[in-house]
Design a protein around this ligand. Structure first.
Ligand SMILES: [Zn+2]
Length: 348
C-alpha cells in the first residue's frame, strides 16, 4: 500500500534482508533487477500485515464464557469476577501465546493490548517476534495485579523503562473508560502517557448506557465532550468503540486528531450498536480496526473484522459506497499504524 493507492495486478516485489526493498510492475522490476532470483506467487495476495488496534489478548482463555449478554452484565457478572479468580502472570503468558497463534494465522503482525500482567505479555510477544503496544488497564478499583490505580501506574512506568528501545514491544497507558475511571484518574493517566510520550488507550462511548449515565451526571455531556472538557483528547488518544457518538462528537474527534479503534463484531455481539464509521471517515477521523477480546467477538481474525466493517455500514447507512473495500483495508493496516504512532509500520 502506498499514498497513491497503487495496485499492481501484474506486479513484483523485491525483498532484501527480510524487508521490502522495492515494488512495481513485473516487467519493470525484472528489467531493473535482472540478477535477482524470482519466486512465482501467482494466485496469492501480497499485502501488509494487519494491525489489531484494540484487543485484550489473554481473554482468548475466556472465549465462549458468557455469550448473549449486554456489556454491563457480561462484565459485572462474568468477566470481572473470573478475572479476579483466575488472572495471573501465567494466565497472561499462555493466553497471549495462544492469541498470537490465532493472530499470525490470520495475517495480523501487530496488536494493541489492554490487560494486566503485561510484562508477561511483553516477554511472550518479544519471544515470538510479533509486535505489540501493551498497556496495563488502569481502573478505579482493585485489579488482578494491583490494589490501587497508583500501583498500576507505577507498574506501567516500570514496564516503559524496561522495554524502552525494544523493536517489538512498546508500552501504552490504558485508562479503562470514562465510566470506570474518575476525572482525576483520567487526568493522571493522560499525564503519565504524555510523560512517557506514548499512546493513551481508552474505551469511549461503547454503549448507550455509558452515554446516558455520563449525560445524567454531567448535565447532558456525551463521553466525548466530557473527555474534551478534561482536555485529554489529542493525536495520542486511541479511543476504542466510539459507538454512541453524534455529529458534534465526530467533529471533536476529528479536530483533536483522536484515533478511533472500530470493533464491529464486539459491538454487534454485545448489542452495543453500530459506530458511525462512514461519517467519521468522511470527516477525516483516523479509524482503525480491532477485534476486542476473543470473549466478546469470539475470535481475533482481522479478515472477518474487515468483512464485518465493510458490510454493516452499508446496511446501516443504506449506502453501498460506505466503508469501501480499500477504506477497510486501510483501516486494518496503515490507519492502525497511525493510531499506534508506530512510524516504521507506516512504510507498509
Ligand atoms: Zn475492549
Amino acid at each position: 500500500m502506498d499514498q497513491e493507492k497503487n495496485i499492481f495486478s501484474d506486479g513484483a516485489m523485491l525483498v532484501k534482508n527480510g524487508k521490502i526493498a522495492d515494488l512495481g510492475g513485473a516487467a519493470d522490476m525484472k528489467e531493473m533487477y535482472p540478477d535477482e532470483s524470482c519466486q512465482d506467487m501467482c494466485g496469492d495476495i501480497i499485502m501488509p500485515g494487519m494491525i489489531n488496534t484494540h484487543t485484550h489478548a489473554p481473554m482468548v482463555l475466556f472465549r465462549g464464557l458468557a455469550d448473549d449478554l449486554p456489556l454491563k452484565a457480561w462484565l459485572e457478572k462474568y468477566i470481572w469476577p473470573m478475572e479476579k479468580k483466575m488472572v495471573n502472570a501465567d494466565f497472561v503468558k499462555w493466553g497471549v501465546r495462544l492469541a498470537m497463534m490465532e493472530m499470525i494465522a490470520s495475517g495480523t503482525t501487530c496488536f494493541s493490548d489492554m490487560y494486566f500482567f503485561e510484562d508477561a505479555a511483553a516477554e511472550a510477544v518479544n519471544g515470538a517476534g510479533m509486535r505489540a503496544l501493551l498497556g496495563e488497564g488502569v481502573i478505579d478499583f482493585p485489579t488482578p495485579d494491583a490494589a490501587t490505580p497508583e500501583e498500576e501506574m507505577r507498574r506501567l512506568s516500570d514496564l516503559a523503562a524496561k522495554w524502552k528501545g525494544n523493536d517489538n514491544v512498546r508500552i501504552s497507558v490504558c485508562a479503562h473508560s470514562p465510566y470506570t475511571c474518575s476525572p482525576d484518574l483520567l487526568l493522571k493517566t493522560k499525564k503519565l502517557a504524555d510523560k512517557l510520550k506514548t499512546v493513551h488507550h481508552i474505551h469511549v462511548a461503547e454503549t448507550k448506557g455509558e452515554r446516558d449515565s455520563i449525560a445524567a451526571s454531567l448535565s447532558g455531556e456525551s463521553p466525548v465532550k466530557f473527555l474534551q472538557r478534561l482536555d485529554i483528547l489529542d493525536a495520542s488518544t486511541l479511543a476504542a468503540h466510539c459507538v454512541w457518538t453524534d455529529a458534534e462528537d465526530i467533529n471533536i474527534l476529528a479536530e483533536c486528531g483522536v484515533n478511533v479503534a472500530h470493533n464491529p463484531s464486539s459491538n454487534l455481539k454485545l448489542a452495543s450498536g453500530t459506530a458511525p464509521v462512514a461519517d467519521m471517515l468522511k470527516n477525516g477521523v483516523n479509524v482503525s480496526l480491532g477485534t476486542d477480546g476473543a470473549a466478546s467477538n469470539n475470535n481475533l481474525d482481522m479478515f472477518r473484522e474487515m468483512r464485518m466493517a465493510a458490510l454493516i455500514h452499508k446496511g446501516a447507512s443504506l449506502d453501498p459506497e460506505a466503508c469501501g473495500a480499500y477504506d477497510v483495508l486501510e483501516m486494518a493496516t496503515i490507519n492502525g499504524a497511525r493510531a499506534l504512532s508506530w512510524t516504521p509500520l507506516l512504510r507498509t
